[in-house]
Design a protein around this ligand. Structure first.
Ligand SMILES: *Cc1c(COP(=O)(O)O)cnc(C)c1O
Length: 438
């Protein structure tokens, strides 16, 4: 039995990730018996001998082949630190990934991953809408480095997406496909399996087209892109994984080989997370499944309630997909739950949406998501304001849309709050009547 098998199995039974989040990868004997992994708040590590220091650097800089079971020794906290190594080991469990790399932010993960695999002359294809920061990096910054970027709408039918990938790969320049699904804030789905298959079909022996999936909205509990054929999974750990709106961090997961290359870039870009972030995230991982399950249950209750509300024009929620709907097949195959994000259009356009946002009391008016407290915001003028209005409309982002991240409060309290904020819409002078906005 290998060391990893011993850690994750009792007899023949493979333990679930939630059972391993308190212990996996940590040996109390190395830390005075402390049941919790201490915060290794240190920038550098003492070598036992000069020979050991030399051996550690040989591995770190790839100066020789690693011996069997030889791991990277602790050198300096920009390269590695126990809090981050243990966190990375635990993160691999949910996605069944070979390896993980943690970053000081989700954008750190996305940019370091992009700069690892893209070079001038290469092309990146991505689904839209994506997170605002990702959109800016792909649209404004990568092109300045000679990297061509192109996008397709998450609303496109799968057959059309497959054709777009084939076309984008025809001249041999396509190197990376970046997906975000469910899309933020419309909750439209992209078929991960179909895109991964199309990317493989369009790859050649000397040019593999990699597929990366930003799994922040449903992962790591409710969606596992690597199992669907994707090469890389990216997280803003700031959101559900951190879960308490008190830490910024990110991660990229995948094969040993790809993650080793990403870690090399991370070492020299310096986009590594610190030990304190690592410790906070390990604490958060212990309750991740409990939180995400409760948030998803409440989101369903709220989404169903919103659907019946006369002042709500439309609800964007994967749990409402029905057989025959465009996204239904992808939903059935790739999502284990609809998750905790609900967007909805209210009557009255921007004015109506602002009225509701200004009158919420329990739900806080803030961007970000996935935390224990419920948050609401206005995508058109906040998270997605960098996108021109006509493109927003084309992606399905309306002026009257509110994006709600459901927290762990009592769902009936959240409904009471939404009810009183929506009721006020009747008293304001709205520019357009129900059915006309958006
Ligand atoms: C927040 C977010 C990011 C960026 O993460 P940071 O931790 O804020 O850098 C990327 N993708 C998605 C889907 C996000 O929600």
């Amino acid at each position: 039995m290998s060391e990893k098998d011993r850690a994750v199995k009792i007899g023949d039974r493979r333990l679930s990730p939630e059972s391993l989040m308190m212990s996996y990868g940590y040996d109390p004997a190395l830390s005075e018996g402390a049941i919790k992994c201490p915060i290794f708040q240190t920038s550098t590590f003492v070598f036992k001998s000069a020979e050991e220091g030399k051996a550690f650097f040989e591995v770190a800089y790839g100066l020789r082949e690693r011996k069997i079971d030889e791991s990277l020794g602790l050198i300096y906290s920009r390269l590695n630190n126990p809090d981050l190594e243990i966190l990375e080991d635990r993160l691999t469990l949910w996605d069944d990934a070979e390896a993980a790399a943690v970053f000081e932010s989700g954008m750190g993960a996305i940019s370091t991953t992009a700069y690892t695999f893209l070079r001038p002359g290469d092309r990146l294809l991505y689904s839209e809408p994506v997170y605002g920061g990702t959109q800016y990096l792909f649209n404004h910054i990568l092109p300045e480095f000679g990297i061509e970027t192109a996008s397709f709408r998450a609303t496109e039918p799968t057959a059309r997406v497959e054709a777009i990938i084939e076309e984008a790969a025809a001249d041999g320049k396509l190197r990376l496909i970046h997906l975000e699904t469910p899309a933020n804030p419309t909750n439209h789905l992209v078929d991960i399996e179909a895109v991964s298959r199309a990317a493989k079909a369009a790859s050649s022996d000397d040019r593999k087209i990699l597929v990366a999936v930003d799994n922040t909205f449903l992962g790591p509990v409710f969606q596992h892109p690597l199992k669907l054929g994707a090469d890389l999974v990216i997280y803003s750990l700031t959101k559900y994984v951190g879960g308490h709106s008190d830490v910024i961090a990110g991660a990229t997961l995948g094969s040993e080989e790809l993650v080793a290359r990403i870690k090399e870039t991370r070492t020299f870009f310096g986009s590594m997370a610190g030990p304190w972030s690592g410790w906070l995230l390990m604490r958060s991982l212990e309750t991740l499944k409990l939180r995400m399950t409760a948030q998803a249950e409440s989101a369903r209750i709220i989404a169903d309630w919103l659907l019946e509300h006369p002042l709500v024009e439309r609800v964007y929620y994967p749990g409402h997909l029905k057989e025959g709907d465009d996204d239904y097949e992808a939903y059935r195959r790739q999502c284990l739950s609809p998750g905790g994000m609900v967007s909805f259009d209210v009557v009255g356009g921007e004015k109506g949406a602002f009225h509701v946002l200004n009158h919420l009391r329990l739900v806080k008016l803030a961007v970000s998501l996935g935390g224990t407290e419920s948050l609401a915001q206005h995508p058109a003028s906040m998270t997605h304001s960098d996108i021109p209005p006509e493109d927003q409309r084309d992606m399905g982002i309306t002026e009257s849309m509110i994006r709600l991240s459901v927290g762990v409060e009592d769902p009936d309290d959240l409904i009471a709050d939404l009810e009183q904020a929506l009721a006020g819409l009747l008293s304001i002078d709205v520019p357009d009547s129900p059915g006309e906005s958006g």
